[in-house]
Design a protein around this ligand. Structure first.
Ligand code: SF4
Length: 272
């Protein structure tokens, strides 16, 4: 799909295929142009087709009260998918804890407006699998009381609740479906092997300062005024110094670390 640089385009998706079909029918009836992006076949279990329209079409639709006929997840600026939907269909599982997946909220990411976040509601419950997943993901942050488990998929923050999945910093809609399919497989594969896994009910807080440290040069050059990179990471984590004080990353010869550092600091809700 070609992206015209001068034209703002918007994308939305739907919790149910029937709502997508209503929206497409409404646009057709009004003679308004649109494109679709389908999750099939590879992500067919975690998504329904998304609609892409020019901003002026979106405004016209609203002006004609045409978007009150269907329920959608919200409009965000369209980003052309960076990777294709896989050609092979998703695997089936004898026990599917995830069930039907419906993206109900689509919005720009708070930490990075060029990316998007979404909330997907689930037909099943992930709760029984979380202690097993906690045992297998040592870097995850598990809260057994709140029944949440958070982990990073590179720079994307993925939080699992019993009946919801929240993902921040998706590149585009196909990237979002990819993360949901990853969750679906990881949950169901872990659940299928549960008799081989000792469930872990331990609350394990991820040390966020270490996540910052991992993305520093680790040379202890002191250009930031701290004795070590680890001390600097703790100061950034506590909000006492901005990450940009690391001169090798922001002004020197470690610029290759800059994106990763900015992403993790932003994902923690701080300004780099
Ligand atoms: S300036 Fe960067 S590389 Fe040097 S000590 Fe501080 S954090 Fe480490």
């Amino acid at each position: 799909m070609k992206e015209a640089s001068h034209t703002v385009r918007l994308i939305t998706t739907f919790g149910r295929r029937s709502e997508f079909e209503k929206a497409a029918a409404r646009l057709q009836a009004l003679g308004l142009p649109y494109e679709t992006i389908s999750p099939e076949p590879g992500y067919a279990r975690v998504g329904v087709p998304a609609l892409v329209v020019e901003q002026k079409v979106r405004l016209e639709l609203a002006a004609r009260d045409g978007d009150s006929d269907f329920v959608h997840a919200g409009w965000v600026e369209f980003r052309a998918p960076r990777r294709p939907v896989p050609a092979e269909p998703p695997p089936e599982f004898a026990e599917d804890l995830v069930g039907e997946v419906a993206i109900m909220v689509l919005a720009p990411c708070v930490a990075d407006k060029s990316r998007m976040r979404f909330i997907a509601h689930l037909g099943g419950s992930l709760a029984p699998a979380l202690p097993y997943l906690n045992a297998e993901l040592p870097e995850a942050c598990y809260n057994p009381k709140g029944e949440t488990l958070t982990f990073m998929d590179r720079y994307r923050l993925v939080t699992l609740y019993p009946y919801r999945v929240v993902v921040a910093k998706n590149d585009d809609i196909v990237d979002g479906w990819r993360v949901l399919e990853l969750v679906r497989r990881r949950i169901n594969e872990t659940w299928a092997r549960r008799r081989e896994i000792a469930p872990c009910y331990q609350t394990r807080e991820k040390p966020p300062a270490l996540e910052i440290y991992k993305r520093l040069p680790k040379t202890n050059c002191r250009a930031c005024g701290q004795l070590t990179c680890l001390a600097f990471a703790v100061m950034v984590h506590d909000g006492e110094l901005p990450a940009s004080k690391c001169k090798p990353v922001f002004e020197g010869d470690c610029g290759h670390l800059r994106d990763a550092l900015v992403e993790v600091v932003a994902a923690m809700g701080m300004t780099p």
